[in-house]
Design a protein around this ligand. Structure first.
Ligand code: GAR
Length: 201
């Protein structure tokens, strides 16, 4: 059985969309893949409760616990990596994981590390993507699923979904419209990843 580890920081709606699809489409039988664990860097992430309610294993690696280290980012990433690797994952899914990962971490998972970003990359990498799309006068916005490389919010694009930007949109209304599409494309990409892996082991 192939293992999936999902990393979250917040509400975990993308994680939930993936977990619901895994259940509905019986990924254990059809794709030989299962969600081994949901890991959060924030103990108060709402997504942890959502994951537990679905019967998923949850774990916390609190990034604030490493604040007094000489190199907090590397210290955090090292423990996060050990925690993830205990599940021997074939795929690591960043689903609203709001920490910038060190190059060493990214290289370790190269080719099996996915991210979803709430813009049509390469437009608007980084934060506040919806407000920036509105301010730029964009008529469309959207989300991108991509393989993670050492350059932030870059890396080969696997799927995108576009939505219109409406005249009265705020960052919140646009974000909600984009999020509904994220929930469609992210589970699809994860399923495709395992179909490919099963076809070309
Ligand atoms: C999603 O919109 C995701 O695209 C975004 O955070 C939200 C998480 O929502 N990710 C990033 O901004 C990564 N840079 P969720 O916790 O409900 O899935």
């Amino acid at each position: 059985m192939k293992q999936i580890v999902i990393l979250i920081s917040g509400s975990g709606s993308n994680m939930q969309a993936i977990a619901r699809t895994a259940e509905r489409d019986r990924w254990e039988q059809t794709l030989n893949a299962r969600i081994a664990a949901v890991i959060s860097n924030r103990p108060d992430a709402k997504g942890l409760q959502r994951a537990a309610a679905m019967g998923l294993t949850t774990q916390v690696v609190d990034h604030t616990a490493f604040a007094d280290r000489a190199d907090p980012r590397t210290a955090f990433d090292d423990v996060l990596r050990q925690t993830i690797d205990a599940y021997e994952p074939s795929l690591v899914v960043l689903a609203g994981f709001m920490r910038i990962l060190t190059p060493g971490f990214v290289v370790h998972y190269e080719g099996r590390l996915l991210n979803i970003h709430p813009s049509l990359l390469p437009a608007f990498p980084g934060l506040h993507t919806h407000q920036r799309a509105i301010d730029a006068g964009c008529r469309v916005a959207g989300a991108t699923v991509h393989l993670v490389t050492t350059e932030l919010d870059h890396g080969p694009i696997l799927a995108q979904a576009a939505v219109p930007v409406l005249t009265n949109d705020t960052a919140d209304t646009l974000s909600a419209r984009v999020l509904t599409q994220e929930h469609v494309i992210y589970p699809r990409v994860v399923a495709e990843y395992f179909k490919n892996l099963n076809d070309h082991p």
